[in-house]
Design a protein around this ligand. Structure first.
Ligand SMILES: CC(C)(COP(=O)(O)OP(=O)(O)OC[C@H]1O[C@@H](n2cnc3c(N)ncnc32)[C@H](O)[C@@H]1OP(=O)(O)O)[C@@H](O)C(=O)NCCC(=O)NCCS
Length: 173
């Protein structure tokens, strides 16, 4: 097993729960909206498709890949409502492990700072757990996601991944 293992993370208004297969039935209706896919591709999945996806995510990559897939459901603490998810893929690089992170908040819960709050907790947990670098690939027209990346302290680089810009947390040193 490469990299850190996901733990429950708490913020002021949210709890980030390590993904489990049973989350699929709860998440499928929450994520059932084409608008969520405008910049990230794909399409909403049925509960069965989402369950199959979560099974693959929870099983993780084959050990020889030397990477880890960390996934959390983001839940509002006050009423337990699932509002989205965050994820990190951790891979070795010469200067230490680097995490590529992503965030999704369902339509009714957008605009309340949840993505920023959840992603901030994710990035501090990653850094506290030995991750030396953090990147995010963001479509340049995805203004909400650009705003989140910027608020996390990430900076756009000249690197691209498909039609997305790679953002990177400047190293402390
Ligand atoms: C990107 C996403 C996660 C943001 O979620 P959110 O919880 O609404 O984000 P936050 O409330 O934490 O912050 C959003 C910021 O973007 C800004 N914003 C939101 N919509 C915007 C828009 N259409 N244009 C410009 N800025 C926008 C907000 O004002 C806020 O910035 P501020 O706090 O400085 O005002 C959400 O829109 C989403 O899930 N989109 C679909 C999936 C996706 O594209 N994920 C990103 C993959 S890189």
């Amino acid at each position: 097993m490469y990299g850190p293992i996901a733990e429950t993370l708490r913020t002021q208004r949210l709890v980030l729960e390590p993904l489990a297969v049973h989350h699929a039935d709860e998440m499928a209706p929450v994520l059932d909206d084409d608008r969520l896919h405008r910049y990230i591709g794909g399409e909403p999945l049925t509960p069965l498709e989402l369950r199959e996806r979560y099974e693959r995510l929870v099983a993780g990559p084959a050990p020889f890949h030397q990477e880890s897939w960390l996934n959390w459901i983001v839940r509002r603490t006050r009423d337990g409502q699932a509002v989205g998810y965050v994820q990190a893929t951790v891979r070795p690089e010469s200067a230490g492990p680097v995490a590529s992170v992503a965030w999704v908040i369902a339509m009714p819960y957008q605009g309340f700072g949840f993505a920023t709050e959840a992603a901030r907790a994710l990035v501090s947990w990653l850094t506290a757990n030995g991750v030396a670098g953090v990147t995010a690939s963001v479509h340049p027209a995805n203004r909400a996601s650009v705003a989140v990346a910027r608020k996390l302290g990430l900076r756009p680089t000249a690197e691209t991944s498909g039609d997305e810009t790679v953002w990177r947390l400047p190293r402390a040193d």
